[in-house]
Design a binder for this molecule. Structure first.
Ligand SMILES: Cc1cc2nc3c(=O)[nH]c(=O)nc-3n(C[C@H](O)[C@H](O)[C@H](O)COP(=O)(O)O)c2cc1C
Length: 210
């Protein structure tokens, strides 16, 4: 039985969101194929992700200098503890689905905050003399990214969404990364449903193999 972490980052209801509606088709098919799997949902706008702030940085700094967790201030303990919880939940998953809209050539800031919370040295990656190593490698983990944009950016240098998520997953050792991109839904609104439909088809197929 695998654990799927299903991460969304969108304030729209599913029926008004291109990416969420494609994601839902993926998930429905995935659960048809894998009824015994566990799905953990994370809504990055509503689930109050701990950002890296002054308390987190000072807490980490103190622990790097040999101080124990219990010697940290109450705020440092609470916030560092929450970051670890995000990272531990991430580590406990076998599969990851990220469902995102494009915002300004990247993602909503909440996704970056989440990535900062799960990229934790000693938990998901380590520094070595020969460079950083992803600690989640060789464990058969896989990631699917479903992403929607109003215009056409995929494959161009300006795109800081899909290539970034692929890199940062690889940084933690998750090399099996696939993306389904719905582009141009605002640029060519007459064809938006056609573009979305093609992505739904891909998402259902991806779910069968995921
Ligand atoms: C704040 C904001 C920024 C956006 N920036 C871009 C952008 O840089 N490039 C683009 O192609 N579309 C951009 N869009 C359009 C959305 O990416 C597009 O409508 C997408 O389909 C939204 O996904 P959703 O329907 O799942 O919410 C932006 C939309 C918003 C609200």
């Amino acid at each position: 039985m695998a654990k799927l972490l299903y991460v969304t980052c969108n304030l729209k209801p599913t029926e008004l969101s291109c990416s969420l509606s494609v994601g839902k088709e993926f998930l429905d098919e995935y659960l048809r194929q894998n009824p015994a799997d566990e799905v953990h949902f994370l809504d990055l706008y509503r689930d109050n992700i701990q950002r890296i702030d002054a308390d987190v940085l000072s807490g980490w700094g103190k622990m790097r200098n040999g101080e124990s967790f219990v010697s940290l201030t109450v705020d440092e303990q609470r916030k560092v503890g929450r970051i670890w919880k995000h990272a531990d939940q991430f580590i406990a998953a076998d599969k990851y689905a990220f469902v995102t809209p494009m915002f300004n050539l990247g993602f909503p800031a909440e996704l970056k905050m989440y990535i900062d919370a799960v990229c934790v040295v000693g938990k998901t990656f380590a520094y070595t003399p020969t460079g950083p190593v992803g600690l989640l490698k060789d464990q058969g983990r896989k990631c699917l990214h479903i992403h929607s944009s109003g215009g056409f950016h995929f494959g161009k240098e300006e795109d800081h969404s899909v290539p970034y998520l692929k890199s940062i997953m690889g940084f933690m050792g998750i090399e099996d990364f696939k993306s389904i991109v719905v582009e141009g839904v605002d640029a060519i609104p007459d064809r938006a449903e056609e573009f979305r439909g093609a992505a739904v088809e891909k998402a259902r197929n991806a779910a069968i193999q995921f």
